[in-house]
Design a protein around this ligand. Sequence first.
Ligand code: DGJ
Length: 752
Amino acid sequence: MSIRFDASSGLFTLETARTTYAMQVDDRSHLLHLYYGRRIGQGDLSALYPAADHGFSPDYYASRHTRGLSSPDVMPQEYTGCNTGDFRLCCLAVRDEAGALGAEFIYDSHRVEKGKYALEGLPAAHDEEDEAETLVILLKDPVSGLELELLYSVFARQDIITRAARLRNAGTGSLRLEKVASVCLDLPFGQWDVIHFHGRHAMERQMQRNPLANSIQTISSTRGSSSHHHNPFVILCDHQANEDTGLCYGVMPVYSGSFRTDIELDQTGLARLVTGIHDQNFNWLLEPGAVFTAPEVLLCCSGQGLGELSRCYHRFIRHNICRGEHRFARRPVLINNWEATYFQFNTDSICRIARQAAELGVEMLVLDDGWFGKRDDDNSGLGDWFVNEKKLPGGLSPLIEQVNALGMKFGIWVEPEMVSEDSDLYRAHPDWAFTLPGRDPAMGRNQLVLDLGRDEVVDYLVERLSTLLRENHIEYVKWDMNRNMSDVYSRVLPPERQGEATHRYMLGVYRLLETLTSAFPHVLFEGCAGGGGRFDAGMLAYFPQIWCSDDSDAIERLVIQHGTSFGYPVSTMGAHVSACPNHQTGRTTPLWTRAVVAMSGTFGYELDLGKLTDEEKEQVRAQIQVFKQHYDLIQDGRYYRLTNPTTDHRFTAWQFVSDTESLVNLVLTHPEANARPLHIQLRGLEEDALYRVDSLCVYGSASTPEIAGVKGHTKGEGAVYSGSTLLYAGLTLPHLVGDYPSVQLHLTRLEG
Ligand code: DGJ
């Protein structure tokens, strides 16, 4: 039993293997949050919050004579009302027909169920191993008739608690929701840092850590997607927390649209985090009887630092967010033609790429943008999902047959949510795109966003894409999305519902994805939004992998993949080896180093293999072998960050550990004159076990031929160390010089 209720005290206790989450119905029937943190068993938590009078913090009406018993403005709340005495961040803004803004929720009842709740129309975690138990608490606002269901599923073994909120108008008048959060998390005590992952196109998810100050910090996106700029995953951790120790909380929305997370440090030292759909340009008309569901959020608490928090999320996302046959299946090593050809290709040039790739051991060819409609650049053709026969005479089939004959799978790129003005689809249905009446729309990549809140638009796309997938032997789809949403105005919604358009769009995207991924379960779908502009747990419910970034420079990727690793497992990170000088940064890195970085992801190539020398081709062949050899360890192993590339500028290192082996990766990012020893301490090993160095490969650059080589220069192989030596004394690696050499070190745990 992971959920308990003590009727005499009104105390709810949710327990996971290492954490406790506690709430209490107080004597006025308000639901207070008492505790979330390391497991504590049964304590009298109400003693934590003695009654006290705080100036300018109002009393409940019933306590107006006694004063200061417990102000709504200082008590930790489980989910706030609005405009009724709590001046801190609120979860909800609801207005009735008279224009009155207000809600105050009173506990009504609760139920506990086996299994995991589902959310109508929204992605959510699923239960896999009969692990989850669900608590639904019903609260009511007696004045407006608004009912609030707070949903909690406890995944006890994994230390994850999922939460969501459902609102129902049980009154007789319509209500206008102007803000609906999914979760409020009050942490009454502690000294917190906020870690979040900011960025921009082609430089996503850069980790930033700041102390929480006496103010409100907002992390948000108003772009209609979770965005390159601020990933929705946020961590609150103790000032002292590091990779191995300290208290950390993760908050991960399972949502891919505009979101807002605010964190406030209040007058009493309480930290309040409120997260949900962004309230800018949002409102929702809730007619009597109607229901609105706020997206799910995955909460995790680790008492053992950031590393453990990440590993909890990694496992949970792989098992309980990702779905379908591909989440655990071996993903094919692919070649993508984008950076090799951009829009200039035909059947012959693609077949040439495929032949070269097949010879080197690549398993799938992905045909990127430009195969459809009138699409010779990015100004036209989106929406016309019919093959461009000028480039591909006879359609896709002749090409796919040749690719398949080489023993390779075939994958294709689409961008279904968009339309070009210069397209047959737009000429036929200009009203299907978001544009504001009487205004020229802002253009992103010269394209517009389709109003996927409209059923007929989603139905059209289901039909088009289903036909494409039915008529061609396509085994992988890369689903792109290359602009953010502006000029949001739906031609079919009445004026009072225009504030619903952005969220209705997301519901349409989810319906489209649900329909296609269920109808084509054998197709591997990869997400993409100009790289990692929609890298979130909502998308991962449909796409087991997402293209991490349009920046394929190996050194920048170290930072991007490091930031991504805090919330998301390597099995979700699309990563490719591309050409040098790199197309985004102009930097040259060793081919092996590019592979070491890309193989800590789903691994593929994105360059013209025909331009490689014979020696480089041999390297590619060897890289694919190395990746395949370590595949299970990389994908299923436990992930350890050994350095932080945002602060450690000399080298970046990371490690995979299973019960029987470990793989250590290191890239030198800044060579030194008169260099200090290259020393690292490993993580995740058993202190008392013995580990043998099976291979130590040093991959150099052309400028440092003495450490270059296909198989790598080996030193120290066969050496045996105790786990404690590697953990605490560490290892000194061979001296590295030149531009961006790398090291891979494989350890086998010895029996006994
Ligand atoms: C953006 C993607 O991130 C790229 O990989 C590529 O598919 C282009 N779009 C194609 O337009």
